[in-house]
Design a protein around this ligand. Structure first.
Ligand code: NAP
Length: 250
């Protein structure tokens, strides 16, 4: 399925696409015919491997290094995409980190680093793409939050606060942009097997997942793809879709 049958040459920017969930999203969107910009921060080889995999499958992609927490780097990245491709149709705000620790002992630096990247980074990327999307009167913005934004998690005060902030940002930007044809939605994964969750003890986690398995990056990518598709998801905005095997039912 193409992202948009009426506009086949779509361009998607996926932040943190060198590994894990972002990598799966990049591959999925590219397989739908979109040109994908693979953003990364510190893993050029991994990002180039994603680009190579997309090329091998007959798709179009290139990589761009930018720390999404740095305003100037984000502005430069979006400028480069617009200069090179002439358009930007889909933004997936996926880049994220954890710096876990119990609140009582949490270092302020760990609090700030997680908020700067996971929340301010989403703001900076959204603001940077908004000008061209508002002008084009179309666009899809998809923010990756987490179920811990909804349920809380001991040891993740910084992370769950950042991800709860992303939900508020999603809804406010959805309300601001709706009249200009731009939708903004969030996807809230549960526990997905990536570098981020590699060291977790799966036993207690599996017991809390009705579907009985950890998620795969592809499970998240499929839902992101749906939200990027036109007209399939054209009438959805400001929503949070959980991809968690039924772990948090509300
Ligand atoms: P991951 O495997 O650790 O990959 C993180 C990605 O983010 C990498 O591509 C990394 O790039 C990039 N990144 C890190 N810092 C960055 C920065 N400053 N600027 C730009 N990119 C940066 O993580 P993941 O598990 O795939 O998680 C992806 C998203 O899903 C995150 O937002 C995470 O919070 C969310 N999520 C994950 C889970 C889960 O269970 N895994 C659950 C819920 C939500 P480099 O390779 O260059 O470092």
């Amino acid at each position: 399925m193409t992202l948009s049958p009426s506009s086949p040459e779509q361009v998607a920017l996926v932040t943190g696409a060198s590994r894990g969930i972002g990598r799966a999203i990049a591959l999925h969107l590219a397989s739908s015919g979109a040109t994908v910009v693979v953003n990364y921060a510190s893993s050029p080889e991994s990002a180039e491997a994603v680009v190579a995999a997309i090329h091998e499958a007959g798709g179009r992609a290139w990589s761009h290094r930018a720390n999404v927490a740095e305003e100037e780097e984000v502005e430069a990245m979006v400028k480069t995409v617009l200069e090179r491709e002439g358009r930007l149709d889909v933004l997936v705000n996926n880049a994220g980190i954890t710096r876990d620790g119990l609140l009582m002992r949490m270092k302020s630096a760990d609090w700030r680093q997680v908020i700067d990247l996971n929340l301010t980074g989403v703001f900076l990327c959204t603001r940077a793409v908004s000008r061209s999307m508002l002008k084009a009167r179309s666009g899809r913005i998809i923010n990756i939050t987490s179920v811990v934004a909804l349920m809380g998690n001991p040891g993740q005060a910084n992370y769950s606060a950042s991800k709860a902030g992303v939900i508020g940002l999603t809804r406010s930007s959805a309300a601001e942009f709706a009249s200009r044809g731009i939708t903004v939605n969030a996807v809230a994964p549960g526990f997905i097997v990536t570098d981020m969750t590699r060291d977790l003890d799966q036993g207690p986690i599996l017991a809390a997942i009705p579907l009985g398995r950890m998620g795969r990056p592809e499970d998240v990518a499929g839902v992101v793809h749906f939200l990027a598709c036109d007209p399939a998801a054209a009438y959805m905005t400001g929503q949070v879709l959980q991809v968690d095997g039924g772990m948090v039912m509300r």
